[in-house]
Design a protein around this ligand. Structure first.
Ligand code: MCA
Ligand code: AMP
Length: 504
């Protein structure tokens, strides 16, 4: 198949119909996005960006960022979005690993970005928080508004999204045009998206959830979005009455429920609330149904696989379950020790594995890591533990990977343990996730320090803040004389979780 994702998304959309409606009520219609994405594609070509080259973007959420995504795809280049919370040292790793031909960063970060971007022989352009200022809009002003979209093969790369790993070293998930096109088509149909739908979009757009699940699904259906700069519960309350669908991480829903003003009257136009990226508690599900009379639809996905399963739109949505595999997607449960496939239907708990057009091509320049995470028959090993009940609903019951999900963001303990262990006065550390009312799980560090060391919680947090994004910084640090180990010498994080789980 030769078809650029861009053409799939824009196929037949009436140009005068709205696509984005901003918080100030201004509307960007499909036609304008078509022109803006052409400008972006032309500007990229003028800078020498070739099909297959990476275009990295660490920018705020605005219309220019959406056009940058669409224009990059249109030019056949590979979009590489980066969380604006990443520090310069985190970004340096991505730049050196991905070697983007172009890096678009915020105007504020220009001075810290320029040396590393130049060192990687890349080029820096800047974009202001509102998307109107910086060197990038200057370039776009000179660009033509027509562009003949570059044809791509189904398995050509459309995007690389970095995802942290157990070793603390982030891996670039290579996502193809067909991965995204097939998932968007499937989700739009499964969730019944139509052109009159208005999605309340409060998610960040540098991860799968806000970028692909939200934007691609809306666009392929010719629907529109209320495009908010971020999640602000009060602002969301004001927008709910004019929207028909909302997507969010569980924290969004628990924050809404914390507001007394959130009630059924505000959601009379809403037809669907979707949650994912992290487990939603039964309490939140229940409180939400009681307050609104609606059941949240929970779905399950990963950066590497896009969306894997979803509860039905028409049919029973089972709280605590993530539903059925999307059409065309296969899942199975295997024994996490032996890899043997569990017979279905089965209530055995094991590793969730997935195969289908949604599953990524592999990790960027990490063939061994890619091979480790795929079975010979093409199934991808998710690292999530689950079981399929006798009605075919998948339930996620835990994780085989040592990962914490805080407010929908994944954090791997190693990323934090490595910099803590490097500090003077620290013997070793263990990072764990503990239940947290707002973020679902919170990052907590337990540190064994040298006897004479004066290092304290504030000192460690200050040191980490230079290196790590804020959401990875431990919410608390506890000190111990030594960390508990088993007979094999492995730190027993379960004991730490039990000890501190009670007092957090
Ligand atoms: C902000 N902080 C956090 C988080 N977010 N700490 C831990 N976990 C977080 N997620 C820090 C802030 O920097 C701040 O630090 C303090 O916590 C309180 O900030 P607050 O104002 O409450 O935060 P916020 O700006 O309101 O952000 C919270 C948020 C945000 C709205 C829940 O984290 C968010 O939008 N999360 C969505 C993540 C997401 O899109 N995930 C999808 C990944 P200080 O006090 O020191 O300043 S894609 C995925 O997972 C797969 C594919 C899937 O299935 O979807
Ligand atoms: P990411 O690496 O950011 O793509 O996050 C993917 C991980 O988020 C999955 O491997 C799951 O552990 C988790 N996840 C996503 N959706 C759900 C959900 N509905 N329930 C529980 N965990 C989820």
């Amino acid at each position: 198949m030769r078809n650029n994702l861009f053409d799939t998304l824009f196929n037949g959309q009436p140009e005068h119909e709205p696509c984005l409606q901003l918080a100030d009520d201004s509307i960007i219609n499909y036609g304008e996005l078509l022109l803006e994405s052409a400008r972006v594609a032309n500007a990229l070509v003028a800078l020498g960006v070739q099909p297959g080259d990476r275009v990295a973007a660490q920018v705020d959420k605005n219309v220019a960022a959406v056009a940058l995504y669409l224009g990059t795809i249109r030019a056949g280049a590979v979009f590489l979005p980066l969380n604006t919370a990443y520090t310069a040292s985190e970004v340096e790793y991505f730049v050196n690993d991905a070697r983007p031909a172009l890096f678009i960063g915020t105007t504020e970060a220009k001075d810290s970005l320029l040396p590393m971007v130049q060192h990687a022989k890349s080029r820096l352009e800047t974009l202001s928080p509102d998307g109107a200022g910086g060197s990038w809009p200057e370039r776009l002003r000179e660009a033509e508004t027509e562009f003949s979209t570059i044809a791509r093969e189904a398995d050509d790369l459309a995007a690389i999204l970095y995802t942290s790993g157990t070793t603390g070293r982030a891996k670039g998930a290579m996502i193809t045009h067909d991965n995204l096109a097939s998932n968007a088509k499937m989700l739009a149909s499964l969730w019944g998206f139509h052109k009159d739908d208005i999605l309340l979009h409060a998610l960040p757009i540098y991860h799968t959830h806000g970028l692909f699940v939200a934007i691609n699904t809306v666009m392929i259906a010719g629907a529109s979005m209320r495009f908010l700069p971020g999640f602000d519960a009060k602002q969301v309350l004001q927008m709910l009455p004019v929207c028909t669908v909302m997507m969010g991480v569980p924290t969004y829903y628990s924050r809404l429920l914390a507001l007394d003003e959130f009630n059924a009257r505000l959601v009379t136009k809403m037809r669907l609330f979707i949650s994912g990226s992290a487990p939603m508690t039964l309490d939140t599900h229940k409180a939400f149904s009681e307050r609104t009379g609606m059941t949240i639809l929970e779905r399950y996905g990963m950066t590497e696989t896009n969306m894997i399963t979803s509860n039905p739109c028409d049919g029973e949505r089972v709280p605590g379950s993530v539903g059925f595999p999307l059409p065309g997607v296969e899942i199975r449960i295997t024994n996490s020790n032996t890899g043997q496939v569990c017979e279905l239907p089965s209530e055995n708990i094991g590793m969730i594995e997935v195969r289908g057009p949604n599953v990524f091509k592999g990790y960027w320049r990490m063939p061994e890591k890619t091979a480790e995470e795929f079975r010979d028959d093409g199934f991808f090993i998710t690292g999530d533990l689950g079981m399929i009940d006798d009605r075919g609903y998948l339930h996620i019951v835990g994780r085989d990977k040592d990962m914490i999900i805080s407010g929908g963001y994944n954090v791997y303990p190693k990323e934090i343990e490595i910099p803590i262990d490097k500090l003077d006065g620290v013997v070793e550390s263990a990072v764990i996730g503990l239940p947290h009312k707002d973020f679902g799980e919170a990052v907590i560090a337990v540190v064994a320090r040298q006897e004479d060391s004066a290092i304290d919680e504030a000192g460690i947090i200050a040191a980490l803040s230079i290196e790590l994004a804020k959401y990875k910084i431990p919410k608390r640090i506890f000190f111990v004389d030594e960390l508990p180990r088993n007979a094999m010498g492995k730190i027993q994080k379960n004991i730490l979780r039990d000890n501190y789980g009670r007092i957090y």
